[in-house]
Design a binder for this molecule. Structure first.
Ligand code: NIG
Ligand code: FE
Length: 383
């Protein structure tokens, strides 16, 4: 069954057709885009759906989220808003709650969060482990993530858990040894929180080397809380993405610009921790590839709204609306090394959001307004 979508006031494809006014598209019977173009030249199809003069954009690709957890840290947020600075130590609070939770609780929380994401236009989700930090709890987190999302990342190296506080190197041995063996079958990528208070350069190198030998692609939490070696390690190891990139020196920017490693910016974190935003313009002007993602997690940033992050990118990081939409779709796909999502070119997965707006500009122009009217994923409207 093929479907002709008509009544598209503005279609952003990020592909051969560019941005079109008065457009149409055809979803093929394989759930992929079969045609895009001006409405006046639309071909026939088995059925027709009129979206009533709305804008259509590619489904958002949220390439950075931590969704397998239990508990709530709203008190920590409250303290932060009244002056206590963010620290990575709060992760241990969520680790305790997550370890104590049954699979059904974690599954239900994940389903709630991914359901919210879909309703806000996100059609591709990446999800990390990192709140288990034992062999069994990390493997469980990845197994549960795999049931509900399509990109899964092993983050045993989130922080050193309390029981290893005095022997961090023994924990690194576990992460790159037995825990990696147990987790690799469920994971596409490995990640390390390379930061003061988490894992240092040498530890990060050891973990990335072991994960790469296991065949996992790499990504890194880098330069979030201060300058450090994370970004340069990400580039050196050929990581798909260096995430956060809040504190960069000139060498970091040059390294990203001269590489295939995507700089994934997470402006919801700076919003929610009241921190200075990353310098997106400097990265774009240097020629780096920039993605935007939510980093949805119960500590540093508990939003899973890509439209909100687009609005922040435009308002706070001086990205143009077009750059922000590209970063939230194609940029995210590149950060996951995916070519089938993020664009609405012929052959791409028919994942798109129909907006209650005449143009994608409204995503940033009307922050906080629920503009996602309908979402299509794999060529089918989401319920
Ligand atoms: O991406 N940076 C490390 N991990 C998360 C924070 C997790 C937490 O505070 O629970 C982040 O910001
Ligand atoms: Fe994160």
């Amino acid at each position: 069954m093929t479907t002709l979508i008509t009544g598209i006031a503005e279609l952003t494809t990020h592909a051969e057709a560019g941005i079109l006014a008065d457009a149409a598209l055809v979803v093929g019977d394989d759930g992929r885009i079969a045609w895009t173009g001006p409405a006046s030249r639309a071909p026939d199809a088995d059925e027709r759906v009129d979206v009533g003069g709305r804008a259509v954009v590619p489904g958002f690709v949220d390439s950075h989220a931590h969704l397998v957890f239990a508990g709530d840290r709203s008190r920590e947020f409250e303290a932060r808003m009244t002056g206590t600075p963010y620290s990575a130590g709060g992760i241990r609070t969520t680790v305790a709650a997550t370890r104590a939770a049954g699979d059904d609780v974690l599954r239900a929380n994940l389903a709630r969060l991914t359901g919210e994401m879909l309703r806000q236009g996100t059609t591709t989700v990446e999800c990390k482990s990192g709140y288990g930090l034992t062999v069994a709890d990390e493997a469980r987190a990845l197994r549960l993530a795999r049931e509900q999302v399509e990109a899964v990342t092993y983050l045993g190296a989130h922080v050193v858990p309390a029981e290893y506080k005095d022997r961090p190197d023994a924990y690194v041995d576990l992460v790159k040894g037995e825990m990696l063996d147990a987790c690799a079958p469920y994971a596409d990528y490995a990640d390390v929180f390379c930061e003061r208070g988490a894992f240092d350069e040498e530890q990060t190198r050891e973990i990335l080397t072991a994960a790469r030998e296991k065949g996992l692609a790499l990504r890194l939490h880098a330069n979030q809380l201060g300058n450090g070696p994370g970004v340069r390690l990400a580039v050196e190891f050929g990581a798909a993405s260096a995430d956060h990139c809040t504190f960069l020196d000139a060498k970091d920017v040059d390294a990203l610009a001269g590489s295939e490693t995507v700089a994934t910016l997470l402006p919801g974190v700076e919003f929610s921790t009241r921190s200075p935003y990353p310098d997106a313009r400097r990265l774009i002007e240097a020629g780096a590839t920039v993605a935007i993602a939510t980093d949805c997690n119960p500590g540093s940033c508990y939003t899973n709204s890509m439209p909100f992050c687009i609005a922040l990118a435009v308002r706070e990081m001086r990205m143009s609306p077009a750059e922000a939409l590209w970063a939230a779709t194609v940029g995210g796909a590149k950060a996951l090394r995916r070519t089938d999502v993020g664009r609405l070119g012929v052959g791409a997965r028919a994942d798109f959001a129909v907006l209650d707006a005449p143009s994608f500009l409204h995503l940033a122009y009307r922050p906080g307004v629920p503009l996602v009217h309908r979402v299509w994923k794999n060529g089918t409207p989401a319920p």
